[in-house]
Design a protein around this ligand. Structure first.
Ligand SMILES: [Fe+2]
Ligand SMILES: [Fe+2]
Length: 186
C-alpha cells in the first residue's frame, strides 16, 4: 500500500518550529492508538487472531506513550486535554455501519493512520536537530510500518478489500490536501 499524497514540506518546517506542541499531540496519538487497539479487540472478538494481535498492539502503543511522556517530562511539558484530531475524525466518518463493512473499514482506517504516522514520524526522524530525537523518531516510524502491515493483513481477508482500499486511499489523500497544516502528527 502506498499513500497517494506526500506531506507538504511546510509541515516539516512547522513541526520543527513548534516541536513541543507536536510532542504533546504525539502523546495523545499514542494514547488513542493503545485505546483503539483495545476497542478493536472488544468490537471484533470472533475474528481469528485479532484479539491477541490487538492486545499486543495495545501494549506496544502504551509503551510508546510512556516513552513520549518521559521525553515531555524532561522538557517540563504537561499532557493536558486532547483537543481532538480532525484528520482521524475525517477518516472515521468514512466507516460504514453494517457489521462486515465496518470491520473492513475500521481496519483500513487504522492502516491509513499508521501509514500517515509512519511518513510523518520518519520526516521528524530525518529532520530534527537532536541526533537522539532523530533516532527515537526513526524507531517509532519503523514500528508504525509494522502496525500498518498488521491491519492490512486482517483487512486482506475481508471481501471487497481491493476496491475499498482504493476508495479509502483517495479519501485520505483529499483529507491531507484539504485540512490546514497543524503543529501535530496529523
Ligand atoms: Fe505507536
Ligand atoms: Fe502505531
Amino acid at each position: 500500500m502506498r499513500l497517494l499524497c506526500d506531506t507538504a514540506r511546510e509541515w516539516v518546517a512547522l513541526a520543527l518550529r513548534r516541536f513541543d506542541e507536536v510532542l504533546v499531540d504525539h502523546a495523545h496519538c499514542e494514547k488513542k492508538a493503545a485505546a483503539h487497539a483495545l476497542s478493536m479487540l472488544a468490537a471484533f472478538p470472533t475474528v481469528a487472531g485479532l484479539p491477541r494481535a490487538m492486545a499486543r498492539l495495545a501494549r506496544e502503543e502504551a509503551g510508546h506513550l510512556a516513552q513520549v511522556l518521559s521525553v515531555m517530562e524532561k522538557r517540563g511539558l504537561p499532557l493536558g486535554r486532547d483537543p481532538g484530531d480532525p484528520y482521524v475524525q475525517g477518516l472515521q466518518a468514512l466507516v460504514r455501519q453494517p457489521a462486515r463493512e465496518r470491520l473492513l473499514d475500521r481496519l483500513l482506517v487504522s492502516a491509513l493512520i499508521e501509514a500517515r504516522s509512519e511518513e510523518r514520524l520518519a520526516l521528524l526522524g530525518a529532520n530534527l536537530p537532536d541526533p537522539e530525537m532523530r533516532r527515537f523518531y526513526s524507531r517509532l516510524a519503523d514500528a508504525e510500518s509494522g502496525h500498518r502491515e498488521l491491519f492490512l493483513r486482517f483487512a486482506r481477508r475481508c471481501e471487497g478489500f481491493e476496491a475499498r482500499l482504493g476508495q479509502m486511499l483517495r479519501a485520505e489523500a483529499s483529507l491531507i490536501r484539504e485540512l490546514p497544516l497543524r503543529p501535530a502528527i496529523h
